[in-house]
Design a protein around this ligand. Sequence first.
Ligand SMILES: *Cc1c(COP(=O)(O)O)cnc(C)c1O
Length: 380
Amino acid sequence: MCAFSRIRRFLDERDPPTPCLVVDTDVVAARAREFRSAFPGALIRYAVKANPAPPVLDALVAAGIGFDVAGPAELALCLARGAAAEDIAYGNPIKKPRDIADAFARGVREFTSDAAADVDHLAREAPGSAVSIRVVLDAPDSVTPFGRKFGCAPAEALDLVLHAAARGLRPGIAFHVGSQQPDVTAWEIGIATAAKLFAEAAAQGVTMTRLNLGGGFATTHRTAVPPLDAYAATIASALETHFPSGRPEVLLEPGRVLVADAGLLRTEVVLVADRGGRRWVYLDIGRYNGLAEAENEAIAYRFEPVSGGGPSGPVVLAGPTCDGDDVLYQRTRYELPLSLRTGDRLDVPGTGAYTASYASVGFNGIEPLRTYCLGSWGDV
Ligand SMILES: *Cc1c(COP(=O)(O)O)cnc(C)c1O
């Protein structure tokens, strides 16, 4: 795949210690342009937690993309990389009043909320701000769903909207269909739910103008997902159907889809062992130093031998730590060359999102996943 050829060349020439992640910032910029043209007119706020590497943020600032931050550290990072406060949304519904005050002082005027106490905190610490009330949807689960942690029931959302308006905030509606969501109908359900709330609020004299469609756009690992155009077409037609008298101002918070395909991770085989008739392959990457999303075998990454080949057979894949849960895949079927030995390298493409940012700081003394950034905004 040509997207990864420059990364592979860097890895072959520089041979940095494994495991490591290499991100091509020109691919990030290209993905940002592609996303923007798929959703003309929408305000785009990149979810920083997917990959907060400064060169990634630099590429997105240059592409004119805004940011969705979860707290003061991500906010400070975005501002330090040159993002404008008015292009930053504080999208985490779970936040301390002093962190709201800090964001407001730095110029942030866009928030998400899903509980009455948080709306009160916002009214006090961020007066007059735009606040999207996040609703939980009755929609298909994504690959890595949020469960019931976020969002209020639509019936409760109307109360929060009216409450926010009464406290001088500017309410809108937000939803997030879950990360790695391959079912585009989830957004249809969200937009229909939001339209009903817009109408109910209007009937009570509150005009809403903003609709935040969240993130969740999926990327391909072993299973193909819909192309970006399919998401865009579904969303455009749902907006037309459910907001016939004019669509609201739309916000999008893509994370994964802007960075996953810009990154490739290289790992080394630590040990191969036969246990009870199964071949266990232990890698120097595991759930604690970069592949956290293998939890429950939710995201099934591709593992490609860097060299060698020949006949292959089934494997169990596990990480390097002394932790029984640091197993990557024992139910998902994987095959690797029978010749695979200690020291052999594997590439894991499409790993630019939720890898380095999820690595522990040093469990078992293993350092967090090192990131090298290439391209126009690179640091190597
Ligand atoms: C994580 C997150 C996102 C990004 O989700 P992706 O699935 O990576 O697109 C967007 N919005 C909020 C509020 C989030 O927490």
